[in-house]
Design a protein around this ligand. Structure first.
Ligand SMILES: [Zn+2]
Length: 386
């Protein structure tokens, strides 16, 4: 009986439409709930062992960094341009976010947020090693929380989709057979996947690759926790590559990426800190992944840059991370307004495309600041900080 019913089910174009709609609805619902939880949920502080509720912590430095690119009618009222997630449409470009509210994530309780990052927050010029590592840790902690949350969100969406589609298939089969599911000869609950097994496998595979990526962060986590416990003691197990360039760039960003394989991910992390008259750019990984990250930077021609050389390649690399990889970026309003309409549209389209690999060349949109020069190139590896 079931063998006759299934082909009839699959031939019905309305069935296909219903399944697609149920899938989209389940994902939008999960995204919407996840967005609410991210903003209003109770998240524990990420300081090891602390049970207090996390407040909105800044990932990128509010004063000096975000403030350096904020523009507005009066001091302290500046805004930045940033992608804003909409569950129904993906990311859109928000051109009016107060710099004070930019780059906030539910990371640490008030006490730990203040205590841990006091040294970084009071740094105005070129950060010393401790401030640099603090920024790396804050970027790492945000990405760890974001990616865990994203994984839970897609899992919830997947589970809801499977459940809703299963109920709908049951209803349709009962309608076709004119009797309850239990009375349909050959029907087995476990076989519900056969109607569209490839699609489900594809989604499931995506979810497991995402989970492998989330898990790969845990290698770095213990030494970051140690650093939070005592930030004067030792570098975490990080390989950090930093550059400075001669201009306050028009964008700040922070993010994580995978330069490994889906079943063997290698996470890298990065940030751009624009400051008055200078910008600090950094990429870091677990110390064990140094060779792979260094090879990527060599291939891009960035590893051995010397002070005085052009910063054009660095600009293009971090622009690529901004446009095609992380959505945690903040742009100067006048830099957005200077873009041609076509380029604004291209940027808005590109922020929703995350499949372009970091290995390739990306999508250049912005003009390289005139006379952009490298002023520093440094490498940091685990060593005592005292
Ligand atoms: Zn705390």
């Amino acid at each position: 009986m079931i063998n006759e019913l299934l082909p009839r089910l699959l031939q019905d174009s309305d069935f296909d439409r219903e399944m697609t709609n149920l899938g989209l609805k389940a994902y939008h619902g999960a995204q919407q709930r996840a967005g609410l939880k991210w903003r209003n949920g109770r998240w524990p502080c990420m300081y090891p062992g602390c049970q207090h509720k996390a407040i909105g912590s800044h990932t990128l430095q509010k004063s000096n960094s975000l403030e350096a690119i904020a523009e507005g009618p009066r001091p302290g009222a500046g805004v930045v341009v940033t992608p804003k997630f909409d569950p129904a449409f993906g990311d859109r470009i928000d051109t009016n976010l107060s710099f004070e509210k930019a780059s906030i994530f539910p990371g640490f309780c008030g006490d730990h947020d203040r205590e841990l990052f006091k040294h970084l927050e009071s740094t105005s010029g070129t950060p010393d090693p401790r401030a640099l590592v603090l920024q790396c840790c804050r970027t790492f902690s945000r990405e760890r929380r974001v990616h865990n949350h994203a994984h839970e969100t897609s899992k919830a969406g997947y589970d809801a989709m499977v459940h809703d589609q299963h109920v709908a298939i049951g209803r349709r089969l009962e309608g076709l057979a004119g009797k309850p599911l239990t009375a349909i000869a050959g029907f087995r609950t476990a076989e519900r996947f056969q109607y569209d097994a490839n699609e489900l496998r594809r989604i499931r595979h995506g979810a497991s690759a995402q989970w492998e990526f989330v898990k790969s962060f845990e290698e770095l986590a213990p030494s970051v926790d140690d650093f939070y416990r005592d930030s004067t003691a030792r570098f975490p197990q990080m390989f950090i590559k930093t550059w400075a360039v001669s201009t306050c760039l028009d964008f700040a960003l922070s993010g994580a990426d995978d330069i490994g394989l889906s079943f063997a991910p290698i996470p890298i992390f990065y940030f751009v800190m624009p400051r008055s008259g200078v910008s600090l750019l950094a990429v870091f990984s677990h110390i064990d992944d140094e060779a792979i990250l260094a090879a990527l930077l060599q291939q891009k021609g960035l590893y051995d840059l010397k002070p005085g050389q052009t910063g054009a390649g660095l600009f293009r690399f971090f622009e690529q991370l901004m446009i095609n990889r992380t959505n945690h970026w903040f742009l100067r309003l006048s830099a957005w307004e200077r873009l041609l309409d076509d380029d604004k549209k291209r940027l808005a389209d590109e922020v929703n495309i995350h499949e372009r690999p970091v290995i390739g060349d990306g999508t250049p949109i912005f003009a390289i600041p005139e006379g952009l020069e490298v002023t520093r190139n440094a490498v940091w590896r685990p060593s005592p900080l005292k």
